[in-house]
Design a binder for this molecule. Sequence first.
Ligand code: PEP
Ligand code: MG
Length: 539
Amino acid sequence: MIKKGIAASKGYAIGHVFVKANSEIEIVEKAITNIDEEKARFEKAVEASRNQLKAIKEKAEKDLGADKAAVFESHIMLLDDPEFTGSAASKIENEKINAEKALSDVIDMYMQIFAGIEDEYMKERAADVKDVGTRVLNNLAGNGGGDLGSLDKNTIVVAHDLTPSDTAQLDKDKVIAFLTNIGGRTSHSAIMARTLEIPAIVGLQDIMDTVKNGDAVIVDGVEGIAIVNPDEKTLNEYTEKKKEFEKKQEELKKLISIETTTKAGKRVEVCGNIGKAKDVDAVLANGGDGVGLFRTEFLYMDRDSMPTEDEQFEAYKHVVEKMGKKPVVIRTLDIGGDKKLTYLPLPEEMNPFLGYRAIRLCLGRKDIFKVQLRALLRASVYGNLKIMFPMISSLEEFLEAKDVLKECMGELEKEGKAFNANLETGIMVEIPAAAVNSEELAKHVDFFSIGTNDLIQYTLAADRMNEKVSYLYNPMHPAVLKLIKMTIESAHKEGKWCGMCGEMAGDEKAIPTLVEYGLDEFSMSASSILTAKELIMKA
Ligand code: PEP
Ligand code: MG
């Protein structure tokens, strides 16, 4: 069976399916006749959960350090808690109900108790109970633990959607591709696939209902086609295509150390976008001239509390040191929209993409903002670090952000801590108002970086994550092109440089136009750098 979706990350993969269940599991009460059998089934699910958590804990210890891994130890302990799993087992016995219903009643009971307590620590315990309980329920449903941390080799993950924290858990040695029901080329799952350099297709609409665990599947990330349980002939055909693709990728490597110059003789920079400090290796391996966008929000995700100033400092220092003299543009926290933090609860919004996010949130929560700015300033002495503010819609916002930065400089000076007082500060041009008003903004900033992922969705009123309107989401729409041209010209008029860190910078169809407009820096997923270099040199 062939399914067509939106090609989100190039390449070919041949593997077997793991269906990631939706986190909400439907609980149906059933009367039980064989109590021992049901209790044994429950015990088996608890045991499977214990083994998964041990594996996750080990991985976390290696990747994140012992303190971050400690949370999983407390999860393992919960599995042995007589008040938790013990209560569920008693319920099976006393009420003669199925394990799912018994356990979900216990979880609900705890949620109700915790809901009435206004204490941060207790709220976290509630989250732990929910987390561990959901894992056991997933094991009862035969979905594995429902998480992506402990999969077999050659797995192709199939999901309704993958959240940024799901993708952060993916282990490239095991997961070779993914397929999702929803999403577009610039949804975060797609961007993450390109960062991980694994093929992906999004917006497949009903792929989750079409496949089951263990099915063989071919992922054609070039055409956006998934072939479920292929015949031998198709399998051979794609094994060949995969080889060819890998050969072409190999050939492109000759461009790694070559400077990129357009036909007209203009030297441009081709940089990489990163989400985690360690992604910098892929940028260097692909011959990136710098980091054009460090999405720092990923440092804040997949954890229980805000990263401290020192933790952030270490991450930023690692990146700038690794890049040596090459520029590193670090974007301040862009949380909100589809990127949420469990430990920073914010009110539900009708339109999260038009809501309290990014610079708006940072200017409203200067306590959070200042921790990051201090860490960035301290790291600035170790390399060529530039700070970029996201979602700027007016000059006032930029000036206010700069004021907070100056305040942090003053503090560090008093504390005798070093920083580069002359570091460049710029903005993302991703709201149409900033592009339209770019002449004025260019007088104040050191650089622009055009965030086309958002700029296109706001200009055309077409949600970047919604496959139903993806036909409207057109980077080459004349209105979008006008805004881009205007932004580049405004920067140049003031002697500033203009880059682009939205996905359009690596879009093969757009590159000739962007070169014609005089874009100075192209920043994209590391896996697109070499293809882009080749195209820019031809343009
Ligand atoms: C953009 O909007 O183009 C961008 C680069 O930022 P993000 O994709 O993180 O919103
Ligand atoms: Mg954006």
